[in-house]
Design a protein around this ligand. Structure first.
Ligand code: KIV
Ligand code: ZN
Length: 524
């Protein structure tokens, strides 16, 4: 960094990045994550220097509580936040969950728009203010870092927002969050709201103003940035823009907009942006929500130039068509990272660089053995292969009650496809044959005949992890059973085997995952 840039950087205010991938992101239908998956994402966020990680909604289920608490135990360099409605039992549970954190925050919320207060809460505005003040005071018994959100602030009356925010700041709230819960606002309007709040609330200087924008009209990032221009100093966002319905503001877009346009913003984040692409891939792998190729910053085409004129321009002078450097957001030019002759240390180092920690030597040895097996089948191993390798099996701590032991499929022109499957189920080996409309269908029928999960297959998708016919296929399935959705993943150079692994992974999660509830489902 040149001296002028360094001085400019030091004189800027900090824009706090609050990531809610593990909470609001998890509210994307089908994106529920296991505790171990949440820990892996939290570590990647910490490595990226995210300031605040919202680790979950601890009252929602024992699983949510355990995951948030585990993140609070493991992550040391980011503040760990737990969400709570403005209710005693929610706040107590969130307080318990964040207890082990070096720095913990409770985020409590209550709705403030006329429609939410009248129709959902059935409370009078005075009661809502009283409840909010009580909640903030109660949360302060656990931590002095308390955030208050006015749910549906985007459709709330400005006078009422001023009143409730002034009261909760007096009660001890240190962050005031203004959510556009239903993604209704226009950027200039939302910016104006933030400016008015900061100007009109007498004690606004005692709190950081934050925004939390949903993307129903595709404006979440624009609204967040407009708020930053008007004084917001925290943005709540998610990796890849995951989140309830159309999602939240995407972290990578907000962060890169502010970083790239330092000429128009008087603040900057402390994020290590080179971690953005690895983190995006990790979240896509874990949730099974692929990133669209033309997605800003993290899409496969974000830095690809197709037209001859553009290619020529970039070759002559990169800045003709590029406003950011691919390597600054973590795209590596030399993507071939390891091969069959690579050693254990190189393997471990590359995993660490990708934000993947392997704690025990046994796990490292197992992962390394799988890497060698893969390197025998496929000469060039890319970052994406390594990520799939560990997502596929190695670090996945889902109790594996069902294991794939053997699979033989028959796929021949003019013949009915068939599959012979042998599984280990709770330690007992069982085999069966089945026919289907294709080899994957036959395999799934066979597995289901053995497992009898009764789950509905809601999604089946195959992606090649890298390019070429020797690439690994990565299969994602989404299974539903009794209203519960889980994603299963599997990767292999043979896509039928990858498919079998994905289905079995999903079944194991169904046996393992506990019930979850969405925060906005509650009465208050
Ligand atoms: O969208 C929303 O209003 C929320 C709150 C809980 C902050 O997610
Ligand atoms: Zn939200």
């Amino acid at each position: 960094m040149c001296l002028a840039r360094l001085e400019q950087h030091m004189s800027k205010q900090q824009l706090i990045i609050f990531d809610t991938t593990l909470r609001d992101g998890e509210q994307s239908p089908g994106a529920s994550m296991t505790k171990d998956e949440k820990i892996r994402i939290a570590r990647a966020l910490e490595k990226m220097h995210v300031d605040v990680i919202e680790a979950g909604f601890p009252i929602a289920s024992p699983g949510d509580f355990e995951a948030a608490r585990a993140v609070a135990e493991i992550v040391k360099d980011s503040t760990i936040c737990g969400l709570a409605r403005a209710l005693e039992q929610d706040i107590d549970r969130a307080g318990e969950a964040i207890k082990p954190a070096n720095s913990g925050r409770i985020h409590t919320f209550i709705a403030t728009s006329p429609v939410h207060m009248e129709r959902k809460l059935r409370m009078m505005p005075d009661q809502v203010v009283e409840q909010a003040v009580w909640a903030v005071k109660h949360a302060r018994r656990y931590t002095d870092n308390v955030e208050f959100s006015a749910e549906d602030a985007g459709r709330s009356e400005i006078d009422f927002l001023c009143r409730i925010f002034e009261a909760v700041i007096d009660a001890g709230a240190t962050t005031i969050n203004v959510p556009d819960t239903v993604g209704y606002n226009m950027p200039w309007q939302f910016g104006e709201t933030i400016r008015t709040l900061i100007e009109r609330i007498p004690n606004s200087d005692k709190a950081v103003f934050s925004v939390h924008c949903h993307n129903d009209l595709g404006l979440a990032v624009a609204n967040s940035l407009s708020a930053v221009t008007n004084g917001a100093r925290q943005v709540e966002c998610t990796i890849n823009g995951l989140g309830e319905r159309a999602g939240n503001a995407s972290l990578e877009e907000v962060v890169m907009a502010v970083r790239t346009r330092q000429d128009v913003y008087d603040c900057d984040t402390r994020l290590d942006t080179t971690q953005i692409v690895p983190c995006s891939r990790l979240v896509a792998n874990i949730t099974g929500f692929p990133v669209q190729p033309n997605k800003a910053v993290v899409g496969a085409n974000a830095f690809a130039h197709e037209s001859g004129i553009h290619q020529d321009g970039v070759l002559k002078h990169r800045e003709t068509y590029e406003i950011m450097r691919a390597e600054d957001v973590g795209w590596s030019h030399n993507r071939m990272v390891l091969g069959k002759h690579s050693g254990r240390n190189a393997f471990r180092t590359r995993l660490e660089e990708l934000g993947i920690h392997i704690d025990s030597e046994t796990e490292l040895n197992e992962a390394f053995a799988r890497f060698k097996e893969l390197a025998d089948k496929k000469h060039e191993i890319f970052d994406e292969d390594l990520q799939a390798l560990v997502t596929d099996k190695g670090l996945e701590k889902t109790n594996e009650r069902i294991k794939l032991i053997a699979l033989h499929v028959c796929s021949e022109t003019g013949e009915i496809p068939g599959a012979d499957v042998t599984l280990g189920i709770d330690g007992e080996e069982r085999s069966i044959s089945a026919e289907g409309s294709g080899p994957v269908d036959a395999t799934y029928r066979a597995i289901e005949a053995l497992v009898e999960s009764g789950a509905d297959l809601k999604l089946y998708s195959v992606n090649n992890i890298t390019s070429g016919t020797d690439s690994q296929g990565e299969v994602t399935v989404r299974l539903e059973l009794g209203g519960r959705l889980v994603n299963g993943q599997g990767a292999d150079t043979d896509i039928v085997i990858a498919s079998a692994k994905a289905y079995i992974n999903g079944c194991n999660k169904l046996l393992d995952v506990e019930d979850r509830a969405h925060p906005q489902k509650g009465d208050v």
